[in-house]
Design a protein around this ligand. Structure first.
Ligand code: SER
Length: 605
């Protein structure tokens, strides 16, 4: 079965069960500084899982492109990827375990036609705070699952929350619950005793592959560290499209599914070696395929390689893919990398639509990496020629300042007859850990800071200021100006838009003046909920149309019926009158890609 058939069957199945299809969120949530990337389908639904009413009702379904960096180090094996598509269905205080487990079983055994004998399920065994999930056990039995295919695990395996896997490490306010997973067993794969005496669904030997997870999202962590029941009992299901396709293909290697076949073939063409021909090289094939898929999806959303947050991750992904090209003997070439990535256009309409932007930025990052590599190489060969001690710290410094990968340092040292000892590898790893710890703290800060600033009045003002800026740019520069991305913190706004060159001083001044004029006019800010076609008809700007749900909010600044200053499809929040914004000052502009300009602005009183 193709991945597009799987997607369709899943949506159709849950629509038949009364679900509404919602649009997935982008990988980088606009104006949501709480998290770097969308990492599961439930992310956009958190307020609704907590009890808010969702405009589409209580039964929802979608396919969510997701990015998980905690799996980064594992990418290279047959079943991990950073970017993946998650089939998701939700009950927002509607149905619960009985319906969910029966439907998911029906979907896998009837729609996907998995042999029930190959399926295993897992159930939460209980702990001091949350009882054993006997209800799920009974449901699975009633569905005909034999008891030796029902396995019990504790919180490490059968508890799910976005942050902190176990109830006791869940941050305050976080929601979670016990879950029940479904695994596919590959009968022909023998258990590898390296992973323990006995094989079981959560064994890492590769005999089992998790294909779905029903989370019974019913708890929230309170201030005093206790778990309390949410006002409603929810279901949050997620199933990895790639893994389901792999299991259906009776091949545990997700890189053999249709989505990857074109990209793998192109890598084969570039490097002149076939995937699967040499196990030593397969890891590089997988890393290239995964990282390029993740990178192109990020680029297609307007993210650009850089040194901070999402941009930094994107840079690391592209550079790591390129480095593995180098390991395969194909050199580092922007042309080659774009050629390989181009196949993704066939599977991802957003990449296809934005291909020019994707390709330009991919190639220019390749050029930058090439020169970083040259600088790194020069430093390294100079140090080698001087007989300097190339230790773990030196290698880490090279990695951190030039993005020069450890594998490459080792390879070059090897070519010079220098051995990089295990001790030094450990020293590198410990520097790396220190750094990771630091970035983890930073991300925790993002999470926390974000939650605080989300409700922050400054963010709301900046959000409205962004609409004013967008409208002013279009009025002064022309209608070719379109939003490419935006990001808001409690201090400033960043707005990326299409325009061939930086603005002149006069243009900048005129834009700023126009915004402030509209602020002084104290125009009303209002919204109306309508369908996307109605929104388009009403003249609302809608640059990210593919990301919206069936019903959208249209925010107008000025009279929404005529002569408005700004009208945009947007989720909000906004101030009630433009005068509440204060005044806007443009602080900086940059050209960040071909045809894309970035403006930073802040508020003054
Ligand atoms: N949120 C759960 C997960 O990511 C189920 O969708 O596994």
């Amino acid at each position: 079965m193709t991945t597009s058939e799987i997607r369709q069957k899943y949506l159709d199945f849950f629509v038949k069960k009364g679900h509404k299809i919602i649009d997935p969120s982008p990988l980088v949530l606009e104006n949501d500084p709480t998290t770097l990337f969308t990492s599961s389908g439930m992310q956009q639904l958190v307020p609704y899982l907590k009890g808010q009413k969702h405009p589409e009702g209580t039964r929802l379904v979608d396919i969510q492109p997701s990015l998980r960096l905690q799996d980064l180090d594992e990418v290279g094996d047959k079943r991990h990827d950073t970017f993946f598509e998650m089939l998701g269905n939700w009950s927002l205080g509607d149905y619960f375990k009985k319906e969910q487990l029966a439907w998911v079983w029906e979907f896998f055994t009837k729609e996907m036609e998995f042999d029930p004998k190959r399926l295993h399920v897992t159930v939460f065994e209980g702990n001091s705070e949350v009882p054993k999930d006997s209800e799920s056990l009974e449901i699975w039995k009633s569905l005909g699952v034999s008891e030796n295919h029902i396995h019990f695990y504790g919180v490490e395996k059968n508890w799910w929350a976005r942050n902190g896997t176990f109830p006791d490490t869940m941050p305050e306010g976080e929601i979670g619950g016990p879950d029940s997973e479904i695994f596919y067993e590959f009968p022909d794969i023998p258990h590898d005793p390296k992973f323990g005496k006995f094989c079981h669904p959560n064994c890492d030997c590769g005999k089992f592959l998790e294909i779905g997870n029903s989370v019974f999202m019913q708890y929230q962590k309170t201030k005093n560290g206790k778990l309390v029941e949410l006002p409603q009992k929810n279901v949050d299901f997620g199933g990895g499209l790639e893994r389901i396709a792999a299991a259906l293909g009776e091949n545990p290697d997700i890189f053999k599914i249709d989505l990857f076949s074109g990209i793998i073939k192109k890598i084969e063409e570039e490097v002149g070696v076939n995937y699967g021909a040499d196990p030593g090289r397969d890891r590089s094939f997988r890393i290239i395929a995964d990282h390029l898929r993740a990178s192109c999806n990020l680029l297609a959303e307007g993210i650009i390689p850089g040194n901070k947050l999402q941009s930094y991750v994107l840079r690391r992904l592209i550079r790591r893919a390129m480095f593995h090209f180098h390991l395969l003997g194909a050199g580092i070439s922007g042309g080659a990398i774009s050629h390989v990535a181009e196949d993704l256009r066939n599977y991802y309409p957003n990449i296809d639509k934005n291909w020019q932007f994707v390709e330009e930025n991919l190639s220019s990052e390749a050029v930058r990496f090439e020169s970083a590599l040259k600088r790194g190489l020069a430093r390294l060969t100079f140090a080698v020629s001087k007989g300097e001690d190339i230790n773990g710290k030196f290698a880490f410094d090279l990695y951190q300042t030039e993005g020069f990968p450890l594998e490459l340092t080792i390879e070059i040292l090897g070519q010079n007859g220098v051995n990089f000892s295990t001790e030094e590898k450990n020293a590198f790893a410990s520097e790396f850990e220190k750094h990771k710890e630091l970035s983890r703290t930073t991300s925790a800060g993002i999470f926390k800071g974000g939650l605080e600033s989300k409700s922050n009045a400054e963010v709301t003002k900046l959000h409205t200021a962004t609409h004013l800026l967008h409208a002013a740019l279009r009025q002064i520069l022309g209608e070719h100006v379109g939003q490419k991305g935006s990001h808001i913190t409690s201090e400033k706004l960043r707005f990326d838009f299409s325009h061939p060159s930086k603005l002149t001083d006069d243009e900048l001044k005129n834009v700023e003046n126009l915004i402030n004029e509209k602020i002084d006019e104290d125009l009303p800010v209002s919204f109306e909920v309508m369908s996307l076609p109605e929104a388009i008809k009403s003249g609302a700007l809608h640059f990210f149309a593919e990301k919206y749900g069936e019903k959208v909010k249209v925010y107008a600044i000025g009279n929404p019926k005529r002569d408005w200053f700004s009208k945009e499809v947007c989720g909000g929040p906004h101030v009630g009158h433009s005068g509440e914004v204060g005044h806007v000052r443009i602080i900086k502009q940059e050209k960040i890609g071909s045809g894309v300009i970035r403006i930073y602005a802040t508020l003054t009183t």
